[in-house]
Design a protein around this ligand. Structure first.
Ligand code: PRP
Ligand code: URA
Length: 207
């Protein structure tokens, strides 16, 4: 299932990050800001435990997060979302998957993988600004499941029906959160209208 975060504050920032005139410094800032908003929503159902805290006035029953959270950015563009989620949950652990889309086949190629041991039974949040064909996200979900992940959530900035369908078919248990579900993929498997090459725009590189 995919949920679009259509809050005006998110949609306003999305309009700016999509703009071809937005440079890499502002693009990075916006990726952080948008990520924080989407993750706020994506984490609404995580496990909490009741604790009692003494305020200056009285004892208060409160709730604290009670699960090992592992954030998994898909290199390289996923790194652009890391600061945003860590501002929200500073105690989260971080695992990395290095994947790139082969220019010809458009299929993901793995070049790096490192997960914390706490991934076993933990809650994993995959972050990547673009879920296009869905190949990179589906491959990452498979790796996390093989490593014993308890539950998995995907947070992206822009996705499209083709990518959602691929992930949903292979992994119906995984929820996808996005700021936008765009129209389609083009012949180069880029999201239309999308925001272009997220990695290049984040890091100021070009093909
Ligand atoms: C982009 C993006 C995703 C992937 C999405 O990465 O950040 O990881 O493509 O495409 P998919 O859903 O069709 O698999 P890219 O391969 O450009 O690598 P980069 O992050 O290193 O720029
Ligand atoms: N990767 C990107 O960075 N953008 C797209 O639209 C598709 C894949």
């Amino acid at each position: 299932m995919a949920e679009m975060i259509d809050h005006p504050c998110v949609q306003h920032k999305l309009a700016i990050i999509r703009d071809v005139e937005t440079g890499h410094k502002r693009f990075r800032e916006l990726a952080t800001e948008i990520t924080k908003f989407i993750c706020y929503e994506a984490l609404k159902n995580i496990k909490t435990k009741e604790v009692t805290v003494q305020t200056p006035v009285a004892a208060a029953k409160c709730h604290k997060i009670d699960t090992d959270l592992v954030v998994v950015p898909i290199l390289r563009a996923g790194v652009g979302m890391l600061e945003g989620i860590l501002e929200l949950v500073p105690t989260a652990r971080v695992g990395f998957v290095g994947l790139y889309r082969d220019e010809e086949t458009k299929l993901p190629v793995t070049y790096y993988e490192r997960f914390p041991v706490q991934i076993k039974g933990g809650t994993c949040i995959i972050i990547d600004p673009m879920l296009a064909t869905g190949g990179s996200t589906a491959a990452t979900i498979e790796k996390l499941k093989e490593s014993g992940a308890g539950s998995i959530v995907v947070v992206c900035i822009v996705t499209c029906p083709e990518g959602i369908a691929l992930v949903e078919t292979a992994h119906p248990d995984v929820l996808i959160y996005a700021a936008a579900i765009d129209e389609k993929l083009n012949e180069k498997k880029y999201i239309v209208p999308g925001l272009g090459d997220a990695g290049d725009r984040l890091f100021g590189t070009s093909h």
